[in-house]
Structures are given as C-alpha cells and as structure tokens.
Ligand binder design. Structure first.
Ligand code: PGA
Length: 255
C-alpha cells in the first residue's frame, strides 16, 4: 500500500452546532490555525452556515461541505436540499450515509446510494460513511456489514467518479462516545474497505481512494490512527468544534 498515491483529508463534521454567526467566528479562528496544512482540510457545516462558510473560506485552504443532500433535483420534498442548491452556493463536498442519518432519519443503504450518485452527478466530492454498531461488532459481522454498505453505496458509481469519493469508516460505538477504535481496529476495517474497492474498481482505484477513520478522533489519538497504512485521514465531530483541537489533528495529518 502506498499512501503517497492518495490524498490525506481531515474533515470536520459540525453536526447540528453553530449559528451562522458562531460559524463565522470559528472559521476566523480556523483560517490561521490550519494555514499551510500538509493535508486537505474540509469543514461540513449546517446548511444555514454554508453561505457564510463559503464566503469566508474563499482564497484559503479550507474547503466547505454539507452534511447531507437529497437525491432528487427538485420537487415536493419538504425540508430537503438538492445537490444543485449546494454547488450553486460554492459548496464542494457533502457527507452521505452518516450513521446519525441512518439511525435517526431512516436512511438506508439504498438512499445513501441515491444521494451519493446525485451528489457526484452535480460535481460534488462525497464523503460516504459506513460503520458497524456495537452489537454488530460483537456478532463478528463488521467486515461483512461494511463490505455490503460500501458495495450498495457505490452501485452505479463509475471508476472515474471514484476520484471524487472518500470513504469514512465510522464505527457507530465510537461516535461521540469518547471510545475510539484502536488504531489496529481502524486499520483492519479500512484495509477491508480498500479490498472491496479493489474488487469493484481494481487496485489502482482502491490505492488512490482516501479512506478516513471517524469516531472520537482527537489530538491525542490522531497520530497513532493516521500512522496506519490504510487510514488516510479523519472525519471529526466533537473535536472539529474548537479551532485548536481541529488544528492539532490537521497538524498530525500533515506530518
Ligand atoms: P465524533 O464524531 O468525532 O464526535 O465521535 C465523528 C462523526 O460522527 O463524524
């Protein structure tokens, strides 16, 4: 495995946090803190903060993403946001399939696939989240489950489109719990994801795809996780809400 073949990406998932004004303040602090980073930096803000975030991040090394996107282009889908609405604002990235969306908003592998395809068709870069629950890990089905999630999420996605796909491995039991997967556990599943990508698209595409770990990643554990051969970055929740904590992870990734 050659890490030089792929981008290291640290993405913040702000979840349902920060008003537009608070977002602007955090970005003001982030800009100098991550300037000159040795990895790609993304912040995924709530929809309401996207215009301010795009405006502030212009001319900086911070890229802006959304946390969800609907699969239809327009129509009677109350409360939803289309991919074109995002690209029109200047948004470059979107997260699909986050476990909180699956858990609380009834998203399925099928809708994750539809959202992913719609986002790719609109030109967005997509961070596709997969991961097992604690029960599933205890049942010993983690690898099978994650393979299935990846395969369904990527149905109909071309090898060329894979250049704009990042896979985030996020064990549900590690999200927001302070309980991080060990670096070996993260590596094991990220390597399994790369194997399934190789089956689907060939080794070159698999080697070129960024695979992030997410779940209670912070300044203290980032080094060890990112040192693993198949961990190419992080999707950061809680620690992305403070500029210094997020910048410390970005610094670890840039080493
Ligand atoms: P956490 O969230 O870093 O707060 O565990 C990660 C995520 O849900 O993307």
């Amino acid at each position: 495995m050659d890490k030089a073949k792929r981008r290291t990406v640290i993405a913040g998932n702000w979840k349902m946090n920060k008003t537009a004004r608070q977002a602007a303040e955090l970005i003001d602090a982030l800009i100098p803190a991550v300037q000159g980073a040795g990895c790609d930096v993304v912040i995924c803000t709530p929809f309401t903060s996207l215009p301010a975030a795009v405006e502030k991040c212009k001319g900086t090394n911070i890229h802006v993403g959304a946390q969800n996107v609907h699969f239809e282009a327009n129509g009677a889908y109350t409360g939803e946001i289309s991919a074109e609405m995002l690209t029109d604002l200047g948004v470059e990235y979107v997260i699909t399939g986050h476990s909180e969306r699956r858990q609380y908003f009834a998203e399925t592998d099928e809708t994750v696939n539809k959202r992913t395809r719609a986002a790719l068709a609109a030109g967005l870069q997509v961070i596709v989240c997969v991961g097992e629950s604690l029960t599933q890990r205890e049942q010993g089905v983690t690898e099978e489950l994650v393979r299935l999630q990846v395969k369904i999420a990527l149905q109909g996605v071309s090898a060329q489109e894979m250049q704009r796909v990042i896979i985030a491995y996020e064990p549900v039991w590690a999200i927001g719990t302070g309980r991080t997967a060990t670096a070996d556990q993260a590596q094991e599943v990220c390597a399994a994801i790369r194997r399934v990508l190789a089956e689907l698209y060939g080794q070159d595409v698999a080697d070129a795809t960024t695979i992030q770990y997410g779940g209670s990643m912070n300044a203290g554990n980032a080094d060890e996780l990112l040192a693993k051969a198949d961990v190419d970055g992080g999707l950061i929740g809680g620690a992305s809400l403070k500029a210094d904590a997020f910048a410390a992870i970005v610094a670890a990734a840039g080493k």
